[in-house]
Design a protein around this ligand. Structure first.
Ligand code: GDP
Ligand code: IMO
Ligand code: MG
Length: 442
C-alpha cells in the first residue's frame, strides 16, 4: 500500500511527464532571435510546432556555419529527431513551403515523416497576396510583408477560406477556387481596376501543390494531444511578437494573428492545462519593421550603429529594421499578457562597442508616469520614455560561455532588466551560433 507521502512524488512525476508544452515566443516586435533559441532548445525535445502566422515569419538558424531562414517550417527541423508541426492557426503558403523543402533537400536534411501540416490550416492563395499589396498601396500602409497574411485571415474569419484539407479533394478544391475567384476578380476589376487572376492557371497550380503536399497533411491536433498524453516534450514556437498581436499589440500596426501565449491553444488545438512553461525571447535592444509607434526608436547615428552591427535587416523582406533602446516598460506588459516566466536575452554582443546604453524604465504622459503600456497608437505616440543610463562594457563578449565571465557592466545591464521586469533571465545569447549561448544557472 502507498502512503500519501509516497504518492505525492509519483503524482508530481506523472504531472511533469504528461504536461510538457514549452512555449517560446517573441516578447517585442518580432525578430527577437526565436529561431536560434528554438533550434538550440530543440536538441532536447521531441516536437516543435508553429501555432500562428505564416511565411511573414523569418526565423534564422546557423547550421554547419551557414545561415538559413525558415518561414513556415518550425525551427526544430535542423535537429534530426524532432518532428515539426505546422498547426491549424498557421496560414499556409504552399509556394513558400515547397521552396523551404527544396532548401532542406539541398542540405540533405532528412525530413521524411518529420513534417506534419494541420488539415485545418488555411491556405494562402495568390489573390491574398494581390489584395495585401492593394491594401498597402491604396488604403492604409501598415508596412506588411506582402505575404497575403491579413487577407488570408480575413477569409478564414468570413468563412470563405480554403483549407489544406481541401487540397485532398480535387473537386472541392476546384469548386472553392472558382467561387472565391468570382468574388476576388470582381473586386480586382471593378473596384481596384487591376488584372483578374486566371482561374485555370490557379486551379492547375494548386493541383500541383496538392500532389506534392498531400502526404504531409494530417490531424495535428489529435497528433499533439496524443503526444502530450504519452509524455513527449513539445515546443510551441511563436512567430512575430507580442506587440504585433492583433488583440494585444499596437493595432492597427500589427499582424493578423495572436503570437501571444493565448494563441498557442487555439493555433494547435491543445488544452491550456498542457502548457508547462513560457519563455519570452527579447533582444538586448528593440527593433521594429514596418510602420507604427516605437517609443524608444533612435532616429539617429546610434540607431544606425545598432542596425549595422546587429545586421538589422528583415529576414523575409530585407527591409532595414528600425532600431532603439531596450524597453523594459513594454516588456513588463508583454510579460503580463503572456505569463512569461523566464527570459532569453539575445544579441547582447551587438552592444559591445557602446560607451553608454539606455533602458526605458517607464513612460510619462504630460509629465506624469503612466501605469501600463498603452496599446492605442495615439497614446503611445504621445508618451515620453524615461531612461536609465548604463555604462557600456566595451569588450567583445561573443566568446563568453559562462554568465560569471561576462563583464561587470554587462551583468549590471542584465540585472537591471530582471529588476525592472521582475522576471529572471535563463538564457543570454552573444552571437548567432548555437555555441554562442550562455545558460544562466540560477
Ligand atoms: P526571429 O524572427 O525571432 O527568429 O529572428 P530573426 O532570425 O528574424 O532575426 C534575428 C537575427 O539575429 C538573425 O540574423 C540571427 O542569426 C541573429 N542572432 C540571433 N541571436 C544573436 C545573437 O545573440 N547575436 C547576434 N549578433 N546575432 C544573433
Ligand atoms: P518573425 O517571426 C518582424 C510585421 C510587418 C508589419 C506587420 C504586419 O520573423 O519575428 P504582415 O505581413 O504580418 O501582415 O505584416 O507585422 N511582421 C514582422 N515583423 N518579424 C516578423 O516575424 C514579422 N512578421 C510580420 O513588418 O509591420
Ligand atoms: Mg524574423
Amino acid at each position: 500500500m502507498f502512503s500519501n507521502r509516497n504518492l505525492l512524488p509519483i503524482g508530481v512525476f506523472i504531472l511533469l511527464r504528461i504536461m510538457s508544452v514549452q512555449v517560446i515566443l517573441g516578447a517585442q516586435w518580432g525578430d527577437e532571435g526565436k529561431g536560434k533559441i528554438v533550434d538550440l532548445l530543440s536538441d532536447n525535445i521531441d516536437i516543435t510546432a508553429r501555432y500562428q502566422g505564416g511565411a511573414n515569419a523569418g526565423h534564422t538558424i546557423i547550421y554547419e556555419n551557414n545561415q538559413y531562414v525558415l518561414h513556415l517550417i518550425p525551427s526544430g527541423i535542423f535537429n534530426n529527431n524532432v518532428i515539426c508541426v505546422i498547426g491549424n492557426g498557421v496560414v499556409f503558403d504552399p509556394e513558400a513551403f515547397l521552396k523551404e523543402l527544396q532548401m532542406l533537400k539541398n542540405l540533405n536534411i532528412d525530413f521524411k515523416n518529420r513534417i506534419l501540416i494541420s488539415h485545418n490550416a488555411h491556405l494562402i492563395m495568390p489573390y491574398h497576396k494581390i489584395l495585401d499589396r492593394i491594401k498597402e498601396n491604396k488604403i492604409d500602409k501598415i508596412g506588411t510583408t506582402g505575404m497575403g497574411i491579413g487577407p488570408a485571415y480575413v477569409d478564414k474569419a468570413s468563412r470563405i477560406g480554403i483549407k489544406t484539407l481541401d487540397l485532398l479533394d480535387k473537386k472541392i478544391l476546384k469548386e472553392k477556387i472558382k467561387k472565391n475567384l468570382q468574388y476576388y476578380n470582381d473586386l480586382f476589376q471593378k473596384i481596384y481596376n487591376t488584372k483578374p487572376v486566371n482561374e485555370n492557371e490557379m486551379i492547375s497550380q494548386y493541383e500541383m501543390y496538392a500532389s506534392q503536399i498531400e502526404d504531409f497533411i494530417t490531424d495535428t491536433s489529435l497528433y499533439l494531444n496524443n503526444a502530450i498524453k504519452s509524455g513527449k516534450r513539445i515546443i510551441a514556437e511563436g512567430a512575430q511578437g507580442t506587440l504585433l498581436d492583433i488583440d494585444h499589440g499596437t493595432y492597427p500596426f500589427v499582424t493578423s494573428s495572436n503570437p501571444t501565449a493565448g494563441g498557442v491553444c487555439i493555433g494547435l488545438g491543445i488544452p491550456p492545462t498542457s502548457i508547462t512553461s513560457i519563455l519570452g525571447v527579447v533582444k538586448a535592444y528593440c527593433t521594429r519593421v514596418g510602420e507604427g509607434p516605437f517609443p524608444t526608436e533612435l532616429n539617429n547615428e546610434l540607431g544606425e550603429k545598432i542596425r549595422r552591427i546587429g545586421a538589422e535587416y528583415g529576414a523575409t523582406t530585407g527591409r532595414p529594421r528600425r532600431c532603439g533602446w531596450f524597453d523594459a516598460f513594454a516588456l513588463k506588459y508583454s510579460i503580463m499578457i503572456n505569463g512569461i516566466q523566464k527570459l532569453a536575452v539575445t544579441k547582447l554582443d551587438v552592444l559591445n562597442d557602446f560607451d553608454e546604453i539606455f533602458i526605458c524604465t517607464s513612460y510619462e504622459y504630460e509629465g506624469k508616469a503612466i501605469k501600463t503600456f498603452p496599446t492605442d497608437i495615439l497614446s503611445l505616440g504621445a508618451i515620453t520614455p524615461v531612461y536609465e543610463r548604463f555604462e557600456g562594457w566595451k569588450t567583445d563578449i561573443s566568446g563568453v560561455k559562462r554568465f560569471e565571465d561576462l563583464p561587470e557592466n554587462a551583468i549590471k545591464y542584465l540585472s537591471a532588466i530582471e529588476k525592472y521586469t521582475g522576471v529572471g533571465i535563463s538564457i543570454v545569447s552573444v552571437g548567432s551560433k548555437r555555441e554562442q549561448t550562455i545558460i544562466v544557472e540560477n
